[in-house]
Design a protein around this ligand. Structure first.
Ligand SMILES: NC(=O)c1ccc[n+]([C@@H]2O[C@H](COP(=O)([O-])OP(=O)(O)OC[C@H]3O[C@@H](n4cnc5c(N)ncnc54)[C@H](O)[C@@H]3O)[C@@H](O)[C@H]2O)c1
Length: 446
């Protein structure tokens, strides 16, 4: 089948490459001409395990192509996926301008039957609005006899495991009221659900809302554990034990129960804010989502509060090694990463930062451009701790799990570790002579 992806970011590129790998002919389109030029040469704008290999293979075999102009992609295509960003506006509402621009362009270019599939995360009712925009554009061209359908097909992949998630989804959600369209969508996704995982057909509004419900539920689990962790630090108890104690209850399960520095990324923060907004707009206070957001904002400051408690308000002349800048491991994405809050706060208190991240340094150099005089980036985790007054671990990349503590001891100026991801054991840290601070494990008492 011939497919077109409009928007070649995390979701569009992964979706395009995975569909191409199943034998489809895929065009990935993007307004960013530099991105398109690079992708034609298999130079990827993002880091995602397995993606480079998939893009290289399918480019070489001629199933995956890139263009800046939608007309190449849409010609003869049966499906046109919309995979552009829906970032938060200042007031927390979803900015749908990219979605509507693409809808207009599709209406101006399509010449034959087309199924428009919205993969971006969109508030309830957006699929309907896209349908109206395309209809108006076709009418303006006196082509209102050309048939089309618009489907909501939210994406659930996780950055860091995006290819794996897309290739083996827990479920595929398809929102359409049209039986024929549902059948074609099922055919398209069949190669991905050979393990019998379900393709769920539902009405478009339910599909749109399913995505928000899923993300806010996951964010709620994180915020809940972070709140319990802060309580443990106040009244006692160890969040690691509590996590084990509740995750073994099969009704609760073990996912998304790690306390840490708060959630970040391009999805949870924006989707929580958008759900709050949808409620407000419709006269319903989304009390849980509001609390989830509030707890997360507080949690991003928690490690900074600990550092302040240990070293005071003024950090001038002090060097802080930072391990991990991406919002989570296996990605270079820094959108809404807790490191943004932590690093900026430390710099504002006068500290110098020596930062290491296995993938996100290029991204960090952009993001922290205005702080360039206060941050040095190094290519090795051990180099970062040289002469440091403290180590601050923000992202739990696997390589930070078992560092050579003896080596670290000889390099650091003061043996202080602030661990935002609970990677180490108190006893071991004590044996090496480190002062060890972490989340929800009552470290001030130990
Ligand atoms: N990133 C994730 O993990 C993830 C997971 C599930 C769902 N989503 C949702 O998927 C959507 C896309 O997210 P993303 O992270 O891939 O975004 P992204 O910012 O990485 O990519 C969006 C791309 O769209 C392009 N674009 C913007 N306007 C365009 C236009 N008019 N024509 C063509 N291209 C255009 C941009 O240049 C960019 O390359 C969002 O709604 C997001 O919430 C994201």
């Amino acid at each position: 089948m011939k497919l077109c992806m409009v928007g070649t970011g995390y979701v569009g590129l992964v979706t395009g490459a995975c569909f191409a790998d199943m034998g489809n002919e895929v065009w990935c389109v993007d307004v960013d001409e530099v991105k398109v030029r690079n992708l034609k040469a298999a130079i990827l704008p993002i880091y995602e395990p397995g993606l480079r290999e998939l893009v290289e293979k399918n480019l070489k075999e001629g199933r995956l192509r890139f263009a800046a102009d939608i007309k190449y992609g849409i010609e003869d295509a049966l499906f046109c996926f919309i995979t552009v960003g829906t970032p938060s506006c200042e007031d927390g509402t979803a900015d749908l301008s990219h979605i509507f621009t693409v809808a207009r362009t599709i209406g101006q270019c399509m010449n034959q039957y087309l199924i428009v599939v919205i993969k971006s995360t969109i508030p309830v009712g957006t699929t309907e609005q896209v349908r109206d925009i395309i209809s108006q554009e076709l009418k303006a061209r006196a082509m209102d006899d050309v048939r089309f359908d618009v489907v909501s097909n939210p994406e659930f992949l996780k950055e860091g495991a995006a290819v794996e998630d897309f290739m083996r989804p827990d479920r595929v959600v398809i929102g359409t009221e049209n039986v024929g369209t549902a059948e074609l969508m099922k055919q398209l996704y069949q190669p991905f659900v050979r393990n019998q995982n379900p393709i769920l057909i539902m009405d478009t509004k339910s599909a749109e809302m399913t995505k928000y419900a899923a993300n806010v539920m996951l964010a709620a689990r994180i915020s809940f554990m972070n709140e319990i962790a802060q309580l443990c630090d106040t009244v006692g108890g160890d969040i690691a034990n509590i996590r084990m104690g509740i995750s073994t209850d099969h009704r609760i399960g073990g996912q998304f129960l790690n306390a840490g520095t708060g959630y970040g990324g391009s999805c949870f923060p924006k989707d929580v804010k958008e759900l709050i907004h949808i409620g407000r707009k419709n006269g319903l206070e989304m009390a849980i989502a509001t609390a989830v957001h509030k707890v997360n904002e507080r949690q991003k400051q928690y490690l900074v509060d600990m550092i302040r408690k240990r070293f005071g308000e003024k950090l001038s002349g002090m060097r802080f090694a930072v391990w991990g800048l991406a919002f989570k491991p296996q990605t270079d994405d820094m959108r809404e990463a807790p490191s943004l809050v932590i690093v900026q706060s430390l710099i504002n208190m006068g500290a110098t930062i020596i930062a290491f991240d296995p993938q996100a340094i290029k991204e960090a150099q952009q993001v922290f451009k205005s702080y360039a005089d206060h941050i040095q980036y190094v290519g090795d985790m051990m180099e970062a701790v040289n002469d440091a007054d403290a180590l601050v671990l923000i992202t739990d990349w696997q390589q930070f799990r078992q560092p050579d503590f003896s080596d670290m001891k000889t390099r650091m100026h003061q043996l202080v570790v602030f661990d935002g991801r609970n990677q180490y054991e108190f006893e071991e840290m004590k044996q090496y002579g480190f002062e060890y601070y972490c989340i929800g494990r009552n470290c001030w008492e130990k």
